[in-house]
Write a protein that binds this ligand. Structure first.
Ligand SMILES: Cc1cc2nc3c(=O)[nH]c(=O)nc-3n(C[C@H](O)[C@H](O)[C@H](O)COP(=O)(O)OP(=O)(O)OC[C@H]3O[C@@H](n4cnc5c(N)ncnc54)[C@H](O)[C@@H]3O)c2cc1C
Length: 332
């Protein structure tokens, strides 16, 4: 087994996604502690241009698996491409993002390779020669520390928005290595026939630094305009608890929680959300939680960093106005 730390680079539109920079940042810190190097694996069709970005953000070596068969993610094709690389070089640790495709791929890869896997990692640390991961469990009510067995292949599936992204240094040197892709087009048992991007004006919820989220307390779809105004002023994304989705006020991709998205923003503003465990499961990892609720006993206040007990219909316009005023003062 080598001492290298590997990451699987996720990308969209010809650029690495934010999670990739976060994985590179963590991988660099671990590799420096291990006295080894960082390898990034980029799979896809036409991925050559990613290498410069990955190198500038901390990869010492970029393995490029470039083939039409990898143009769209499928678990079959990505496993077939990645498994032989990992099996041949046996890195010390492979970091994969806890994204839709990462969560799909990593367990399959681990099963294929007989590797140890820890999912939903909120921390990955070295303890001597051991790797110890910390992951939220029981709808984030507790944190479990999980150690990999020694001498196994280790795969850590890392939550987004936990680790700071790697700094960019265009002067860094790195090596690019094209790797064979033993996957024939059409060999995968599943095939992506269509991708329909969700129309969103802001960044995706899972990548947003700030989220303004609304619940049943909003009373109707028209009142989400209040959230959008605050979100625009803050440069935030808008999310929701489940009732607004179930009631058809907002699309499904707004839902945050156990059956929705897991988010880890710097700031989460919960408006008219009671704080049910199923909602907390998706957002309690936020660095700072601001709750606006007219019921001072609402459970959301137990996890909130700042609580505003009051009517959201009065508070949101005031907050939006104040944010706009502060931003204008900063710019002026
Ligand atoms: C299997 C399962 C999975 C689930 N998954 C999810 C999930 O992924 N995500 C999720 O969110 N839920 C999920 N739920 C639902 C969850 O249990 C709660 O029912 C839901 O989170 C409640 O949403 P809410 O806080 O918006 O509504 P409520 O619990 O009804 O709370 C509304 C809040 O708004 C406040 N309010 C009302 N008017 C105002 C006002 N004018 N100003 C300020 N505050 C006001 C009230 O005081 C109240 O606290 C799931 C449930 C089950 C059974």
């Amino acid at each position: 087994m080598s001492r290298e730390v590997w990451i699987l680079a996720e990308h969209a539109g010809g650029r690495p996604r934010k999670i990739t920079y976060e994985l590179l940042g963590k991988a660099r810190a671990l590799a420096e502690a291990l006295g080894s190097r960082v390898t990034a694996v980029a799979l896809g069709s036409g991925v050559g241009a990613l290498a410069a970005d990955l190198g500038a953000h901390g990869a010492d070596r970029v393995l490029l698996g470039d083939a039409p068969a990898l143009g769209q993610y499928t678990a079959d094709a990505y496993t077939a491409a990645l498994a032989p690389l990992v099996a041949a070089e046996r890195p010390f640790l492979l970091l994969i993002g806890s994204t839709a495709s990462g969560r799909d791929l990593a367990p399959r890869l681990a099963a294929r390779l007989g590797a140890g896997i820890v999912t939903d990692c909120a921390a990955v640390d070295l303890d001597g020669e051991d790797v110890v991961a910390t992951r939220p469990v029981m709808t984030r009510k507790a944190l479990a520390r999980v150690a990999f067995q020694a001498d196994v292949l280790r795969i850590a599936v890392v939550l987004p928005h936990i680790f700071p992204p790697a700094a960019e240094d265009r002067a860094r040197s790195y090596e690019t290595v094209p790797v064979p892709v033993p996957v024939e087009r059409g060999a995968a048992r599943a095939r992506v026939v269509d991708v329909t991007p969700v129309a969103r004006e802001s960044v995706p919820l899972t990548e947003a630094d700030i989220i303004v989220s609304g619940g049943r307390g909003l009373r109707g779809p028209e009142n989400f305009a209040l959230l959008h105004r605050l979100a625009d002023a803050l440069g935030a994304a808008v999310g929701s608890s489940r009732p607004p989705v179930d009631s058809g006020w907002v699309p499904h991709d707004y839902e945050i929680g156990q059956t929705g998205k897991t988010v880890n923003p710097q700031l989460y503003i919960a408006c008219g959300i009671s704080g049910a465990p199923q909602h907390l499961a998706g957002m309690s990892g936020a660095r700072c939680i601001v709750a606006i609720n007219r019921d001072p006993q609402a459970p959301i206040f137990q996890v909130a960093t700042y609580g505003i007990a009051g009517d959201l219909f009065q508070i949101l316009p005031l907050l939006t106005e104040e944010v706009r005023r502060l931003k204008a003062a900063q710019q002026g």
